[in-house]
Design a protein around this ligand. Sequence first.
Ligand SMILES: NC(=O)c1ccc[n+]([C@@H]2O[C@H](COP(=O)([O-])OP(=O)(O)OC[C@H]3O[C@@H](n4cnc5c(N)ncnc54)[C@H](OP(=O)(O)O)[C@@H]3O)[C@@H](O)[C@H]2O)c1
Length: 241
Amino acid sequence: MTPAGPVALVAGATGPIGRAVVRALASDGARVVALSRSGDQVRGCVQALACDLGDRTALDDAVSTVESTWGPVEVLVNAAHPPPELGTAVADLSARVLADQLAGVAAHAALCARIVPGMRLLGRGRVVYVAGASMARPLPGGGGYAAAKAAGAVLTRHLALEEGPAGITANVVAPGRVVDPASPREPSAHAAALGQELAQRITLPTFPSPDDVACAVCLLVASPALTGQTIWVTGGEPIAA
Ligand SMILES: NC(=O)c1ccc[n+]([C@@H]2O[C@H](COP(=O)([O-])OP(=O)(O)OC[C@H]3O[C@@H](n4cnc5c(N)ncnc54)[C@H](OP(=O)(O)O)[C@@H]3O)[C@@H](O)[C@H]2O)c1
């Protein structure tokens, strides 16, 4: 039976974190629509939609489809991001690579612009942006990605300030290194070296999993009182934000 809970749109739903968020929100009773470029099915969703967030007409059409099929979107979780370009020093970053990364922020702004007006009419809403701890602790070769994530987080904190009076919360979840025990990815040489360094910084025995990130997302979705916050899901690595 299809649940009758709030309508949640998860962008970037086919990555390990997005999939975990879809599962967790669905098990909390939400009707979750999973959005990605491919439109691949995700366990727990009521519908999977293909949409390239860089195409504003496609974004508008996708949200219209959600609204006409399921009703207004009450929860937006944005875990979408272009594949990070890691390992390039800032002084070697091309304009194209930087623009690709910043397209993730532009997509976040466009998603909010399309969905938040409907939340205002509802008088409630939740926006969660999945950033990355690298936005607050520089690692070599991650400048373009970190700059994009920092910009997305700043947008989200402004959203919290502006939309609070309408009953809409907006928060950031910032994972550090995430390891999926179900299907560990073979990291690039650069990522493997950084992983070894980060392993020295965490206090817990293992890096967080996608389910751990989803747990933080669900907390922010459940709470009407938490807004303008950032939850660092790092496994205990201290972040001086
Ligand atoms: N994994 C980590 O260790 C880690 C750590 C810190 C932060 N994060 C952040 O957490 C989020 C999720 O990470 P992940 O590793 O689960 O993601 P991922 O495997 O890189 O997947 C990215 C997701 O975003 C979607 N996407 C990318 N560009 C898109 C576009 N233009 N339009 C629509 N969808 C688009 C992809 O769809 P397709 O599959 O169809 O391309 C996919 O669903 C990302 O924002 C990432 O930066 C991840």
